[in-house]
Design a protein around this ligand. Sequence first.
Ligand code: NAD
Length: 486
Amino acid sequence: MAINWTEAQIEEVVASVIKNLKGEAPAEECKNWDSTQYCGRRLIGVYADMNDAIDAATAGYKAVRSMRLEEREKIIAAIRELCRTEAPIMAKLGVAETKMGRVAHKTAKHILVADKTPGTADIVAQVKTGDDGLTLTEMAPFGVVGSITPSTNPSETVICNSIGMIAAGNGVVFNPHPNAIATSNYAVDLVNRASKMAGGPAVLVASVVKPTLDTAQIMYKHANIRMLVCTGGPGVVKSVLSSGKKAIGAGAGNPPVIVDDTADIKKAAKDIIDGCSFDNNLPCIAEKEVFAFKNIADELISEMQKNGAYKINAEQAARLAQIVLVDAKNPKTGIVKKTVSRDCVGRDAAVLLAKIGVRVGEEIRCIICETDFEHPFVQHELMMPILPIVRVNDIDQAIDLAVKAEHGNRHTAHMHSKNIDHLTRFARAVETTIFVKNAPSYAGIGFGGEGHTTFTIAGPTGEGLTSARSFTRYRRCVLSDGFRII
Ligand code: NAD
C-alpha cells in the first residue's frame, strides 16, 4: 500500500480498512471484553500464572528455532495481514479501555506497524576473509524475551515487538501495562492466531491475565528469560536495568521543537500541530514544547490557530496546570512530586478545555499557550495535546533552553529551519536518538519519513529504533586456513 501520511490520508486509509473488514465484529458492537476474552472468544496465549506463560513462550521459542527462515517470514506475513485487517478493532478497544488517544490515529499506527516493522531481512550475517581463512558472524536469538509494554501504544508495541523478536528467532512473553491489558492481550491473541493460520504453533507468544509488579519480578528472575525489553517511563526502565539481565530500555522523552526565522512558518505550524495532536500526544516522540524565535512567534501562533489549535491565556494555563498535574507521594521516600493526572493523559483537547470551562468543537485538536521556560507545561512530559510556546531571542538561547527541557533523555527533538548551521548545531547539542527536521514528529518513526518503524525506541541502552537485529546476540564461527577463494 502506498502511504503518504497526511492527516487527510490517514482518515482515508482508516476508512478503507474499516470497509474491508472481513468477518470480525466491529468493536462498538462488542462491549464484552476483558484480559481473557473478546466477545466470548477466548484469547490464545493468555495465562493466569506468569510461570505458565513463560513455559508457553519457551515452547514457542523452541518451535521458532526449528523453523526455516521462510516459515518464520510466513508467520510474520500473517501477523502483518491480521494487524492491517483488525487495526480498527484494536484502535477502538485501546481507546475504550484506556480512555486515551484517538481511534483514527491508533488505526493508522497499527497499519504502520504492519507495513514498516522489519522482518527476517533485518538479520544479516557478516563474513570476513583474509590470509587466515574465513570468519562468519551471525545474529543469533537470545532465547525467550520478557517484554514490558506501555499503556500508550498497548497493542502496537506488542505486535511490533513480536514481529522483531520472532524474526530474530526468539520467543516472547509479555507483562503489559495493567491499564491496557485487554488491548495488549488482544494483540497477543492476534499474533497466535496468525501463527496458527500460517502453520506455526498455536501458542507462539504469551501473556498473563493480571500483570503486576510481582509478575514482572517473576519474569526478571526466571531462568528461561534471557533478555528483557522494557518500553515505558523512567521507573520501569530503572527497574529493568537493575535486573542483572541483558536489558533494552526504551524510556521517557520530552521532545522540544525549535522554530527559527528561516522556517516556512505556515508549514511549521501545521506540522507541529499535526504531530503534537497525533493520538492526543501519546507517542513518546510527539512535540511537547516549542521554542520560537520572537520575530516569528506571532505568525507561528496565528498559523497554529488556523490548524486546529486553541490559545489559552496565562490565567487559564495556570488553572489547567492545577488539573493536569497532581501531587504524588513516593511511598518509599515520602517525597511529594508533581506528576501527570491519569485522568488527563491522552484526552481530547476539547475534554481538557472543558475542565477549565471552555467549550470548543471537534475541530480543536490542540491547546496552545505562551509560557516561560519554568512553566510546568514545559518541564513535564504531559502526553496530552497541550503545547507551551516559549519566545526566544536567538539560536543560542533556543538551543540552550531546548536541551534543558529535554532533560537529558536523549530521546527525540525537532526543528523547523532552513539554516543548515542552526539545524546542525541543535542536532549536535541535543544528542537525541531521533531528530526530525521540517516535518511532523511521526516522520521520525517512518510515518511520512524514510526508514523502518518501531514503538520501542531505546535511548538509554543505545539500540535506538529497535528492530529484529536489536534482539540478537552476535556469534562468531571461525574456519582457519580455508574458504578464501581468491
Ligand atoms: P509506565 O512507565 O507507567 O508503564 C510502562 C510499563 O512498565 C507498564 O507495563 C507498567 O506496568 C510497567 N512498570 C512500571 N513500573 C514498573 C516496575 N517497577 N517494575 C516492572 N514494571 C513496571 O508508562 P506508560 O504511562 O504506560 O507509558 C508512557 C511512558 O512510556 C512515557 O514516559 C513515554 O515517554 C514512555 N514510552 C517510551 C517509549 C519509547 O519507545 N522510548 C514508547 C512508549 C512510551
